[in-house]
Design a protein around this ligand. Structure first.
Ligand code: HEM
Length: 479
């Protein structure tokens, strides 16, 4: 006789909170979430009552939120069948399922990740890309000097240039960046749980809905998706074929695509893997690092005492007649604590999405095959058991001594298991250079009006990324 089915993890019997750009979540539970704006905070509150796993949505289409480090380690790190991604019919319609971040786990994903790892491992970051990281971080300081008023957009522009220079060896032009931003925006819309009915039909039904002709009344999402798909294809193909042509003419500048084609792009299939891996980097690499840099600027401005101490460390170790370099990183432990605390305070991707390719059980609960899993990284980094007074910005918690340093947030913010972010070493190196060099050269100050200091508020958006909202931040900022 078969065993009775175990229950799903405790559910809140509420529809999924929508991640709707800047707006408040549309749907909330009756009481707890009234004042909380960010879904990840709401889920963390629920988890305090019901345990590490919380089920959202319906029992036929559950979404399981993992809220603790222990549970995420047990499931996403140790059990390899949790390294899949959910089926996103809308992303498929946009032609984005070949994008590394959306791919199901399998042979193609492994090969894509290998190509990326060859270019983005620690050795390559310290050698091949050292010059690029150096020049882009200096370019950002120069932009700050030229016009402190436009720092918010300058940070984004500098990082877009970093990622496109890395990928294709040339700076993006205005047309490329505006198209890339549009595609990212469209993908964000396509991935909002609950926005498109097609995402929430069971797989069998959705394949019927997906192939309704675009002109069919009510199939508005299809028409919209057709345009978005065309833009995405152009964005992926044009710069790739440009590098390929340059390579055949012997004048391709250093880039990920050039190196990968030289090393492994011998067959059409290998070429396609390189092309789509390259096409995944703009959306994966730009807004994430931008969020971390803007969070750093915001928190340093709000904490002059942290800036002062970090500056003292740089003055003592590096001196005042040169900029901090990558080789200074190990000798600047306080700067490292500051960077860790920035990631902890506002992880760029607060909810990391996975799916399981096999049914499983955990803590007596059943997790059906292909469940949409969200790892609540924000909750893990604000767990008072691991981080005393989690609402406080306090880099000291990472200093050795006492009960030892708190867990390094970089073991959580870059994701889990076989999907761990391949760009993490590039991001870590660039963030070190930008944070250390900014502190070495500038003092970040809030404005004072009529003798009153106007602190920029902690204002993080609700979306796939928890980016720093522009509004109040830009008005009250000066070097
Ligand atoms: C502070 C900066 C960054 C953060 C916080 C970050 C975080 C993440 C996270 C949470 C994931 C999902 C991992 C998972 O599913 O378990 C991811 C995936 C990915 N990231 Fe990053 N990332 C950053 C920068 C970058 C950069 C600079 C690049 C490339 C230049 C990059 C490329 C990728 C790619 C290709 C994936 C998909 C990997 C896969 O699905 O197998 N990321 N990142």
């Amino acid at each position: 006789a078969s065993r009775p089915k175990r229950p799903l993890p405790p559910g809140m019997h509420v529809p999924v909170l929508r991640l709707d750009g800047d707006s408040r979540p549309r749907l909330g539970p009756p009481s707890t979430a009234k004042s909380a704006e960010h879904p990840w905070k709401v889920y963390a509150t629920w988890s305090n009552t019901v345990g590490p796993l919380v089920t959202l949505g319906t029992s036929s289409r559950p979404i399981v939120v993992i809220n603790t480090t222990e549970a995420v380690t047990d499931l996403l790190e140790k059990r390899s069948h949790f390294s899949c991604k959910p089926r996103w019919p809308m992303a498929e319609l946009l032609g984005r399922q070949k994008n590394v971040g959306f791919q199901y786990y399998g042979e193609r994903l492994k090969r894509s990740r290998r190509v990326l790892h060859n270019a983005l491992n620690t050795t390559a970051i310290g050698t091949t890309w050292k010059g690029l990281l150096n020049s882009q971080s200096v370019a950002l300081l120069q932009a700050f000097l030229r016009s402190p008023d436009t720092f918010y957009t300058d940070v984004g522009g500098n990082i877009e240039a970093l990622v496109v220079l890395f990928t294709y060896g040339k700076k993006p032009d205005a047309q490329y960046t505006s198209m890339a931003r549009e595609v990212m925006h469209q993908t964000g819309i396509a991935l909002q749980p609950g926005r498109w009915a097609v995402n929430f039909y069971p797989a069998r039904k959705s394949s019927v809905v997906m192939y309704v002709p675009a002109w069919f009344p009510g199939a508005g999402f299809q028409r919209w998706a057709q345009d978005a798909k065309a833009a995405f294809y152009r964005l992926t193909r044009e710069p790739f074929y440009h590098v390929k042509k340059e390579l055949s003419q012997g004048n391709a500048p250093l880039s990920f695509v050039r190196n990968a084609l030289e090393e492994s792009g011998q067959t059409p299939e290998e070429e396609d893997i390189i092309m789509s891996a390259a096409g995944s980097l703009f959306s994966a690499g730009t807004d994430t690092i931008t969020t971390a840099v803007l969070t750093a600027i915001l928190l340093l401005t709000r904490h002059p005492e942290v800036q002062a101490r970090a500056y003292e460390e740089i003055k003592t170790v590096v001196g005042t007649d040169r900029l901090p370099e990558m080789h200074d990183r190990a000798s600047l432990p306080y700067i490292d604590c500051v960077i860790q605390e920035i990631h902890r305070f506002n992880p760029a991707i607060p909810l990391v999405t996975h799916a399981n390719s096999e049914e499983d059980e955990y803590l007596g609960y059943r997790i059906p095959k292909k469940t949409w899993i969200m790892a609540n990284v924000w909750a893990m980094l604000h767990d008072a058991n691991d981080y005393h007074d989690p609402e406080e910005f306090n880099p000291d918690r990472f200093l050795p001594g006492g009960t030892g340093p708190a867990r390094d947030p970089r073991t959580l913010i870059y994701g889990f298991g076989r999907r761990l972010c391949p760009g993490m070493h590039l991001a870590n190196a660039y963030l070190f250079l930008v944070v250390a060099r900014t502190i070495a050269i500038f003092e970040l100050l809030p404005p004072i009006e009529d003798g009153i200091t106007k602190m920029p508020p902690l204002d993080f958006a609700v979306g796939l990324l928890s980016y720093v909202r522009k509004s109040a931040f830009v008005e009250c900022f000066r070097f």
